[in-house]
Ligand binder design. Structure first.
Ligand SMILES: C[S@@+](CC[C@H](N)C(=O)[O-])C[C@H]1O[C@@H](n2cnc3c(N)ncnc32)[C@H](O)[C@@H]1O
Length: 222
């Protein structure tokens, strides 16, 4: 089924020497190549622990911190920006975490082709590109029918945690997730700040610009 969302533009972004070194030495152990067929999550992590998929981890520092805090869970980060992937690999080595794997590819296709229904414990989507101009709204990730696919891939009781510093994207996402069959808002509207979630780089940038952060938390019905 093609979802037809092109939610990113590949930024050129130079890799630092450290990011390049981490990429060259650690990619083999932690990057799972894209393939248009279901991936065996137990095989890539080497255990049966629940898997959270993060879309667009950026520099991945929050990803590494969350994984370090939760060694009994697995984290699959999907990102297209190679310098960020190098940075997350560097964090993985620095923190000696073994519960992260990375797919360097468009998350829309990864979900469509590689992830089986009811196989994920959670989605983390922190500060997705806001695409503020009206003519770009179609590039927003948190839009049906893409959100229907999020619901389909979650196991019962699994959750979607999304945060944005664009008020209008927050309102949009609340409506789209609210209208997604199988998902239920854990809160009456926006969620409270989730204590387990560290501040991300884009969050810091948004707060410096006095943006208001809107947090959403939806759960897959049992
Ligand atoms: C605004 S940044 C936020 C990064 C990070 N989560 C943070 O809060 O600092 C959005 C990130 O999502 C990535 N991204 C956007 N669409 C994507 C897609 N379809 N698949 C994978 N990554 C994507 C971009 O490359 C970018 O790094």
């Amino acid at each position: 089924m093609g979802y037809g969302i092109k939610s990113y533009v590949l930024r050129a972004g130079r890799m630092s020497d450290a990011q390049r070194r981490s990429y060259e030495t650690l990619a083999e152990g932690f990057i799972v190549p894209f393939a248009p067929e279901p991936v065996d999550l137990r095989r890539i992590f080497g255990n049966e622990n629940p898997v959270t998929l993060e879309i667009g981890f950026g520099m991945g520092i929050a990803t590494a911190m969350i994984a370090e805090d939760n060694p009994q869970k697995n984290y699959l980060g999907v990102e297209v920006h190679r310098p960020g992937i190098g940075r997350l690999l560097w964090e993985i080595e620095k923190r000696s975490v073994s519960n992260i794997r990375i797919i360097e590819y468009d998350a829309v296709e990864v979900l469509e082709k590689m992830i089986k229904p009811s196989s994920l414990a959670a989605f983390h989507i922190f500060f997705p590109d806001p695409w503020p101009k009206k003519r770009h709204h179609k590039r927003r990730l948190i839009t049906r029918p893409f959100t229907d696919m999020l619901a389909e891939k979650l196991c019962p009781g699994g959750y979607v945690s999304m945060v944005t510093d664009w008020a209008d994207y927050g309102d949009w996402a609340l409506a789209e997730l609210g209208a997604t069959a199988g998902l239920k808002n854990r809160y009456a509207g926006f969620a409270e700040k989730q204590s387990w979630r560290p501040e991300t780089k884009f969050e810091r940038k948004g707060l410096l610009k006095q943006h208001e952060v809107r947090e959403l938390f939806f759960v897959k019905e049992e």
